[in-house]
Design a protein around this ligand. Structure first.
Ligand SMILES: [Zn+2]
Length: 467
């Protein structure tokens, strides 16, 4: 009998950590890169890692993008600038969302570099900061992106058939099923990308990949952690808003422009239908979030049945008193609003963007509520807020954290440990490789999976796995 085809995996990023996703798959047919995300963490390390992508990644023959979050997509323009000349395959929704997300990163990069060089340029020791990439690099990247619908096989490199299946994480998110070799000698490799929770609003639940599976590469963000039920989310939010109204303070929601913002709006919309209106003006202070919300309307093929039906008779993102702050002036004007207001602003981990000016203005006011609805990576301001540190640094100035901090994990777009264990068990792969998780979460999940009789690997960054 012929032997199975050789498959080598190199985990180039998101190994024992949650950002900078990057996986290289090498076969006799060539080199395939899965995701090429920005690393987010300590400033100097982030800058170095995002600039110096591994050479092996730049030499890939083709790339596949699982979804448009920048910790999976945000380094693609660096890759293209460093000489990557292949196609980048993604679902049509991911391609459209990437056009917005990557241009936003480029604009922030250029604006940050200009600001820093202006501020410190007089200093003789100052080395001018270059943006990681600019708009032309993003356009060159978009030129390489090819939309591949769910469930329609394509051949990214010779001898490898790829199929996108639903990941249920954000609009357009996909798991990748790779069939390597031919029917007689096949290795099936499944890469989960980020997996969603079952029952998330708007999008469909994650699909179970076709078996048998030789190797499963799975995320592990919430290994060992259970989320509260999704059904409780709306009531908890109503309680937080009622308390904020009673205190007369503002509610700041740091939210990723893509995913959390739309789900959050959708839950507010539901509350309003139940007669529990927010009772305060609601601001979306992010031009990106406003644009992303309009891309949702273009991709009904990604919705679950309930959302598609809802769109026919209603706008699931509309709420009374919703105000969109697109311009800088409109954003600044929020400062003058008296009394309670709900402010949804990026970035989700408070590492930049307009949320910083609201935090600076309101973090020392005990009437303020900071409501977090997503994962906060280590060494980010968001993480320090969630940990309720007594003082936090915002734009280089230490401030007392006097605001109330509430975390509603129910909003997470990531599978919890029960979902992850069920997914791995359903896949029943010859080897389950855990990526995209902090060490304690990964170790907890690995232990549970091994107890179910699965073979599990938890690679360090740069580790090679030969199958
Ligand atoms: Zn994601």
């Amino acid at each position: 009998m012929a032997s199975a085809p050789r498959v080598e995996l190199t985990v180039l990023g998101a190994a024992r950590e949650v950002t900078g996703s990057m996986l290289l798959v090498e076969t006799t047919g060539g080199r395939l890169l899965i995701d090429c995300g920005l690393f987010q963490g300590r400033r100097a390390e982030s800058r170095a890692r995002n600039r110096e992508l591994p050479t092996a990644a730049c030499r890939a023959d083709a790339a596949i993008l699982t979804h448009a979050h920048i910790d999976h997509s945000g380094a693609l323009p660096v890759l293209v600038r460093r000489g990557f000349a292949g196609a980048i395959h993604a679902t049509p929704a991911t391609r459209d969302l990437s056009a917005l997300m990557l241009r936003d990163v480029a604009h922030l990069q250029v604006a940050d570099a200009e600001y820093l060089n202006r501020r410190y340029g007089e200093d003789p020791d100052w080395e001018p900061v270059e943006p990681l990439y600019d708009e032309p690099a993003v356009l060159a990247t978009l030129d390489r992106m090819i939309g591949q619908p769910y469930l329609r096989p394509f051949e990214p490199i010779p001898g490898v058939t790829a199929t996108f299946i639903e990941a249920g994480h954000i609009l357009g998110s996909a798991q990748v099923v790779l069939d390597i070799g031919d029917r007689q000698r096949r290795h099936r490799l499944v890469i989960s990308g980020d997996l969603g929770r079952r029952g998330l609003p708007i999008i469909r639940d994650p699909a179970v990949p076709p078996r048998p599976i030789d190797t499963l590469v799975m995320e592990s963000t919430y290994g060992g952690v259970q989320h509260p039920p999704i059904a409780a989310m709306a009531d908890q939010l109503a309680a937080v808003l009622a308390e904020a109204r009673a205190r007369g303070g503002k509610v700041i929601v740091p939210a990723f422009a893509l995913g959390r913002t739309q789900e959050f709006l959708h839950v507010l919309h539901e509350l309003e239908h139940r007669g529990v209106a927010p009772g305060m003006p609601v601001f979306i202070d992010s031009p990106l979030a406003i644009d992303v919300t309009s891309v949702f309307r273009l991709h009904p093929e990604c919705f679950d049945d309930a959302t598609r039906a809802l769109f026919d008779r209603d706008d699931p993102f509309a709420i009374a008193g919703l105000r969109l702050a697109r311009t800088r002036e409109a954003s600044m004007a929020i400062n003058d609003v008296e009394g309670p207001a709900l402010i949804i602003a990026a970035s989700g981990m408070c590492e930049g963007g307009r949320v910083l000016h609201h935090l600076r203005n309101l973090v020392e006011d005990p009437r303020t509520t900071i409501l977090t609805i997503g994962f906060m990576a280590q060494h980010t301001l968001g993480r320090r807020i969630v940990e309720r540190r007594p003082r936090v640094k915002i734009w280089g100035v230490e401030r007392d954290l006097r605001a109330r901090v509430v975390s509603l994990e129910g909003f997470s777009a990531h599978a919890d440990t029960d979902d992850l264990e069920a997914h791995a068990a359903a896949c029943d792969a010859g080897l389950t490789v855990l990526v995209h998780g902090e060490p304690d979460r990964q170790d907890a999940l690995a232990e549970r999976l091994r107890a179910r009789g699965l073979a599990v690997a938890v690679p360090e960054r740069g580790a090679r796995i030969t199958r």
